[in-house]
Design a protein around this ligand. Structure first.
Ligand code: HCS
Length: 565
């Protein structure tokens, strides 16, 4: 099934609720309703048939709650319930059979019962069984935690080629339970290769509207919307949903007009809701899905769109020039890393670079712990800075955001090693304009390497919007003539290639007196030429003042508010 191709000309309709319908139909459902797939397949098939008759294209197998974590103390296996669930749908020959995957039912990660890697394995087990039984697509839904939806999506991409809809549920504050907003969800899930991004369950269609607007505004993939029939309430001992069919239909017409192209219903909806929704929306025009072209970096709760303003990458978590940090890392301590993260964020860094390159330490383990610790302390997106691809891969796998890889360069070996990792985990790549022959003296040659990096990325499926370029600062003391070349390369890269640009600014002044003066003068020149993301120490007040002054003069700080502070 090529879902993106289908969605060019046709809106796709999912079915409505299964769980709440079973509750209303049966006296007792039991803690694992999916057991009915084997004990009462006729009940499940009857519901599927009603949704097919209502006109749904995609029928979700009754597999939402099947996973190894929930089944571990039961007599049932994942393979058994998933296979029966998929076969119950397949027997009725709908257009498409969806493998429905819900949350594991526990916290995952450092403070949870299940580690990130265990979660990936639980999801793989479901997906292998569903794929084998003949599902046409995977629908990951009702996810409340970005870590968990990442685990499910990574599992899906590792063990199957089925298209994936990845859908989260949001609270009234327009964030998921663990704090991700719509832009952040788009940034992270698109990076991991979700074919469709969705919102389901949540507060009912009314509260979903602003979130849907954001999803459609930021996503370059189609959007699925599957609301509840309002919020559940207990009336006479039965669960009642307060949005009736007509009201639900009016909302779904509005949602279709907004541009959502996969529509369905979640808890409280019935075949009649789906029939009426399809009748009311099937003739509405289909929105074209466009690539929005945003370069985004994200933590689990915050996303920055890069390229239009100056955003600082804090450089201080790096033992190379910090003996105290070196000593504390050698002792296996991360307290100083935490302190530096908090300080830099407070001083105005937008993104934090983390480099723990030190001989004799377990860089993979320390980096994973450091990223985990820092991610819990500050909401800044991170830049993973290591010369070891194993470190980069290990960190990106469980990092609950969209990080920057620092760095790839124009060498074939560098691109071949790092681009597949960046593509798989949806990271942004920082490309250095050097290659097998070193750092070229002339601006045009650095630009040629920049172009080679962009082409190399494209060959590995990395869009230009996920590349940032660093045209490298050489020291003015040793290579004075090349200062101008760096500025020239920066200007050409910004104007011609239109990607965010990075420079480790203070390299300029090594070996010269009054370094601060050279640094901030060079910073001013670089900003004017198109530097968007200086790597620097945000504790350096004069550098920060220079950025504030530049932003005021360049119209980036409307009414000079930040400058005047
Ligand atoms: N597809 C599932 C979603 C529950 S939130 C169901 O039971 O309808």
């Amino acid at each position: 099934m090529n879902i993106k191709e289908i969605l060019r000309n046709k809106r796709l309709y999912l079915d409505g609720a299964m769980g709440s319908l079973l509750q209303s139909k049966l006296d007792r459902v039991g803690p694992i309703p999916e057991v009915l797939n084997v004990t009462h397949p006729e009940v499940i098939r009857e519901i599927h048939q009603l949704y097919i008759d209502a006109g749904a294209d995609i029928i979700l197998a009754n597999t939402f709650g099947v996973n190894g974590y929930k089944l571990k103390d039961t007599d049932y296996t994942v393979n058994q319930l998933v296979t029966a669930g998929v076969k119950n749908v397949k027997a009725l020959q709908p257009d498409f059979v969806g493998l429905d995957i819900g949350p594991l039912g526990t916290l995952i990660g450092t403070f949870g019962d299940v580690s990130f890697d265990e979660a990936v394995d639980y999801f793989k087990e479901i997906i292998v069984a569903g794929d084998k039984a003949g599902a046409d697509l995977i629908v990951i839904e009702t996810m409340t935690d970005i870590c968990e939806v990442r685990a499910a999506l990574i599992a899906a991409k590792e063990v199957s080629n089925l298209p994936v809809i990845a859908s989260m549920t949001y609270e009234e504050n327009r964030r998921t339970l663990t704090g991700s907003d719509a832009l952040t969800v788009v940034s992270i899930l698109e990076g991991l290769g979700a074919d469709v991004i969705g919102i389901n369950c949540s507060t009912g269609p009314d509260g979903m509207l602003p979130i849907i607007e954001d999803l459609i505004h930021y996503a370059s993939v189609p959007i699925m919307v599957e609301p509840n029939a309002g919020l559940p309430q207990m009336v006479d001992g039965k669960t009642h949903y307060d949005i009736d069919i007509d009201e639900f239909t009016r909302y779904m017409v509005e949602i279709a007009r907004m541009g959502a192209v996969v529509l369905g219903g979640c808890c409280g909806t019935t075949p009649d809701y789906i029939r009426k929704m399809i009748q009311a929306t099937c003739d509405l025009p289909i929105a074209t899905i466009e690539d929005k072209g945003y370069t985004t970096v994200s933590s689990s709760t915050k996303t920055l769109i890069l390229g239009n303003d100056v955003q600082i990458i804090g450089e201080s978590i790096n033992p190379t020039t910090n003996q105290l940090l070196k000593d504390s890392l050698s002792r296996g301590e991360l307290a100083m890393v935490s302190q530096l993260a908090v300080d830099q964020k407070k001083e105005g860094a937008h993104i934090l670079d983390i480099n723990l390159g030190l001989p004799g330490i377990d860089e993979v383990g320390m980096m994973k712990d450091a990223v985990d610790t820092v991610s819990r302390l500050v909401d800044s997106p991170l830049q993973i800075d290591s010369s070891n691809p194993e470190v980069i891969e290990a960190v990106l796998r469980s990092y609950p955001g969209k990080a920057i890889i620092n760095s790839v360069n124009g060498k074939k070996s560098s691109m071949e090693t790092l681009f597949p990792i960046a593509q798989k985990y949806g990271a942004v790549v920082l490309g250095l304009t050097m290659d097998e022959n070193g750092i070229p003296g002339k601006a045009e040659e650095r630009v040629a390497i920049a172009e080679k990096i962009i082409e190399g990325g494209a060959a590995f499926g990395i869009a230009k919007k996920n590349i940032m370029l660093d045209c490298l600062v050489l020291t003015a003391s040793a290579q004075q003539a090349e200062v101008k070349e760096t500025i020239k390369a920066l200007r050409i890269i910004r104007e011609k290639l239109d990607v965010p640009t990075v420079l480790g600014v203070s390299n300029i002044s090594f070996g010269l007196p009054n370094r601060e003066l050279l640094n901030r003068t060079f910073l001013g020149l670089a900003l004017e030429a198109g530097l968007t993301n200086p790597i620097m120490n945000p504790n350096d007040r004069e550098m920060m003042d220079t950025i504030n002054a530049f932003r005021a003069l360049w119209g980036l700080d409307r009414q000079c508010i930040a400058y005047a502070k």
